[in-house]
Design a protein around this ligand. Structure first.
Ligand code: HAM
Length: 424
């Protein structure tokens, strides 16, 4: 007995009706990035495992339990399907000396892979678009990245996405904070759950964003990172907030926001909606000034974000925003001796002139072909029958209104099609 083949759990087909929305969405995103001067970068889906271990951090959910890692048996290398693209972007920037003549603004999009428990809004293959601004120090670029997102939500007509902002300081400030935090958590260890206890020493900052109410109670009385910031970190955070206020972007400072990847310093932020249930974070990012050095490159600052395309598309669907529907301009119906050859040539000539044309395939009588023409959504049927062949003409029949069918000399169809389409 053969087993029915299905897609891998947590990995989705995007069927044509829905894929049309993706295509449109991706076009909007590409044009929006271009307006801000970000340039498109493509990196491989597979990277050496060491890249993610070093960049994301050993004691993170992603590296501990979510990576699709395997040994390439042919050369005994450990490879991993990328769980995110910041590490790959910085690797590529170092490898190709992309910062040799100054800072760079880059963007990417594509599939990412994390072996998480699948649920609504959380998949094992999911898609992100993201931006990385490399080589810029000031809070102005942090603000630009956030303002960009705000502008995109507006352009897409998405409402109710709120911004949460925090700073996690410099590594030295974080170390001092971490020591005090661990002391506080230890004093309340009996109230911590297994997960928090495990993180207590390995990655105590992650205890801050625990969802468990008992742990949250302990966290509520914990010291806050803000009290540990030095002058430079405070100035960065204040500079960012000033720019956001000046551009009318609302935010709340959430001192518990720490993010799930270890490469961050100073600014961290998330865009969150309540309209998608538990998986409401549509975009997250922050600054990672230590990452270049950590990956063996010349030290350079970096800041960026990535947004979850499935989640944004779900929001778009919910908001009722439909992509413009591209229907064929014409559907070519053909019947009789020599008609296929003529119809085939006509279809190619019209497409070369820029029209969207579907040529009937699969046989069938005139009536059934006309039914298919109608169902295709095309504005016009172009009929090539025996009479038309004899006359060297094509019959143009508007399908969406009551205008009469007209015979047009074959050589004039391309030139006159606009006129027919205008009326439909
Ligand atoms: P992240 O927070 O891990 O950050 O992911 C960014 C976004 O990707 C999330 O806010 C969410 O919308 C989406 N996402 C993550 N995991 C899943 C999943 N399993 N299913 C569906 N959507 C998901 C990063 O990846 C960083 N590289 C962001 C960054 C760029 N920081 C600086 N530069």
């Amino acid at each position: 007995m053969s087993t029915r083949l299905q897609a891998v759990r947590g990995m989705n087909d995007v069927l044509p009706d829905e894929a049309a929305r993706w295509l449109w969405f991706e076009d909007v995103v590409a044009a929006w990035f271009a307006r801000y001067g970000y340039r498109y970068l493509r990196t491989p889906l597979l990277e050496h495992t060491a890249l993610f271990r070093r960049a994301i951090g050993e004691v993170t959910d992603i590296v501990e339990k979510e990576m699709y890692t395997f040994t390439d048996a042919l050369n005994d290398e450990s490879l991993t399907l990328r769980p995110e693209a910041t590490a790959s972007t910085v690797r590529a920037a170092i490898e190709h000396s992309l910062l040799h003549d100054g800072p760079r603004r880059l963007w990417y999009r594509g599939p990412m892979y994390r072996h998480e428990r699948p649920q609504k809004g959380r998949y094992r293959e999911f898609h992100q678009f993201g931006a990385e601004a490399l080589g810029f120090e000031g809070p102005d670029v942090d603000a630009e990245l956030i303002a960009m997102c705000a502008a995109l939500w507006k352009e897409l007509g998405l409402e109710g996405i709120r911004l949460e902002l925090n700073t996690i300081g410099s590594p030295a400030e974080r170390a001092a904070y971490r020591a005090d935090l661990v002391r506080h958590l230890e004093r309340h260890e009996s109230q911590l759950d297994a997960d928090a206890r495990r993180r207590l020493h390995a990655n105590p900052l992650r205890v801050l964003d625990s969802k468990n109410p008992a742990v949250q109670e302990v966290v509520a009385t914990a010291p806050a990172m803000l009290g540990y910031l030095g002058e430079a970190s405070l100035a960065h955070f204040e500079g960012l907030q000033r720019l956001l206020r000046a551009s009318g972007i609302e935010f709340t400072v959430n001192t518990r926001l720490v993010r799930g990847l270890d490469y961050y310093n100073l600014t961290v932020f998330e865009w969150i909606t309540d309209r998608l249930g538990a998986q409401g974070t549509v975009c997250g990012g922050g600054r990672y000034d230590g990452l270049f050095a950590q990956l063996g490159g010349k030290p350079a600052p970096g800041v960026g974000f990535a947004a979850g395309i499935e989640r944004l598309i779900a929001l778009l669907r919910e908001s009722g925003r439909e992509p413009p529907h591209r229907r064929p301009d014409a559907y070519v119906v053909h019947q009789g001796a020599g008609a296929l050859d003529v119809a085939f040539g006509l279809g190619e000539a019209l497409r070369a002139a820029g029209f969207a044309v579907v040529l009937h395939a699969g046989g069938g009588g005139f009536k059934s072909q006309m039914r298919k023409a109608d169902a295709s959504g095309a504005a016009l049927a172009l009929i090539v029958g025996e009479d038309e062949i004899k006359a060297g003409a094509v019959s143009v029949k508007p399908l969406r209104d009551a205008r009469a069918q007209q015979s047009v000399p074959r050589g004039e169809v391309a030139a006159r099609l606009h006129e027919f389409l205008k009326g439909s």
